[in-house]
Design a protein around this ligand. Structure first.
Ligand SMILES: NC(=O)c1ccc[n+]([C@@H]2O[C@H](COP(=O)([O-])OP(=O)(O)OC[C@H]3O[C@@H](n4cnc5c(N)ncnc54)[C@H](OP(=O)(O)O)[C@@H]3O)[C@@H](O)[C@H]2O)c1
Length: 300
């Protein structure tokens, strides 16, 4: 890792995943500059040794505060709430602003964390990166728009990688476990759709695999998911047993998602391409290994 000491990494929309990448970059001796609109997050980043910029990514107010020409750029912005307009502002407005900034000078490697929500497939299908994205939901279409902007940006922003992430979980983000520990007796939905998950640390490893891949490669889309999608009911049953609680029953009604109530898709997101092309392997191949790590963190 000696050769990357002193290089620059700029992280846009630095939240849960971005902060984990920043921590690892600092440990590798890379200089980190991170942008978020969240002042608490910015304060935590400064504690890690990163330079933090608090700004709205979708504006150009920050363009003079972060020098272009970084060896590594990560856009991992996410819009947790505020509806479609806010979602669009963070993803599409954010990407437009970054590309306007980057266009002033060539960047090195640009990684964008998109989502498997760009895929409309369900019905038990195996979904790889060649699967059609026509028919994606409203949020998926916004992410596709942001992806397309990066793909069309040309050499000014350097080479790019788009990582389509499955559902993120990890230390400090374990919604299902929280529900069980909170004594939930019932969960909405049938529980029979498979959850495609990716542990935070495996996502961080995938981002580094892209950054560090040979210079001749790039301009590729990769799914990032673990090896063993399991139904929600199976995950919940296992978790309840681990913490000695009765498993909540499933109502059979519409299931809750992060953004409301809907029937979640049932499919298997393939991670074969990133394994073959970038040599990535999940350290947490199924929810069991991932949640064991989380549970051991809670116990200590
Ligand atoms: N969550 C999932 O399961 C999931 C699944 C698939 C893909 N992804 C993708 O994974 C990536 C990382 O997600 P994450 O969980 O690390 O997200 P996160 O924790 O919500 O972090 C995103 C950060 O971006 C900031 N932000 C949002 N809009 C902004 C704007 N206009 N200007 C400046 N900062 C802005 C947020 O600030 P606030 O704290 O103020 O909101 C937050 O600090 C995202 O690209 C997301 O789309 C997530």
């Amino acid at each position: 890792m000696e050769s990357i000491r002193g290089k620059r990494l700029v992280i846009f929309g630095c939240g849960y995943v971005g902060t984990a990448v920043a921590r690892e970059a600092q440990a590798k001796g890379i200089r980190v500059e991170a942008l978020t609109r969240n002042p608490d997050r910015a304060a935590a980043l400064v504690e890690l040794g990163a330079a933090a910029v608090v700004a709205d990514l979708a504006t150009d107010t920050w363009h003079q505060r972060i020098a272009p020409g970084a060896e590594f750029v990560l856009n991992c912005v996410s819009s947790g709430g505020g509806g479609t307009a806010e979602y669009r502002r963070s993803y599409v407005g954010g990407m437009q602003s970054i590309l306007g900034w980057a266009g002033r000078s060539a960047e090195g490697t640009f990684v964008y964390t998109s989502s498997t929500s760009v895929y409309p497939q369900t019905g038990g299908m195996v979904v790889d990166e060649t699967a059609p994205t026509e028919g994606a939901g409203a949020n998926g279409r916004i992410l596709l728009e942001a992806e397309a902007l990066l793909q069309k940006a040309g050499p000014a922003c350097g080479r790019w990688f788009i990582l389509r992430l499955a559902g993120i979980y990890g230390p400090g983000r374990h919604h299902l476990l929280d529900q069980i520990l909170g004594g939930a007796a019932e969960m909405a939905g049938s529980g029979e759709q498979r959850l495609n998950l990716a542990h935070r640390d495996d996502i961080v490893a995938a981002i580094w695999a892209a950054f560090m891949s040979p210079a001749a490669g790039g301009n590729r889309i990769f799914n990032v998911a673990d090896d063993a999608a399991a139904t929600k009911s199976k995950v919940v049953e296992w978790l309840a047993a681990q913490v000695g609680r009765p498993p909540p029953r499933f109502s059979g009604g519409p299931a809750s998602t992060r953004r409301g109530f809907a029937e979640p898709p049932d499919r298997l997101i393939s991670n074969a391409r990133i394994k073959v092309e970038l040599g990535w392997r999940p350290e947490y191949p199924s929810f069991r290994e991932g949640y064991r790590q989380i549970l051991s963190g809670l116990a200590s």
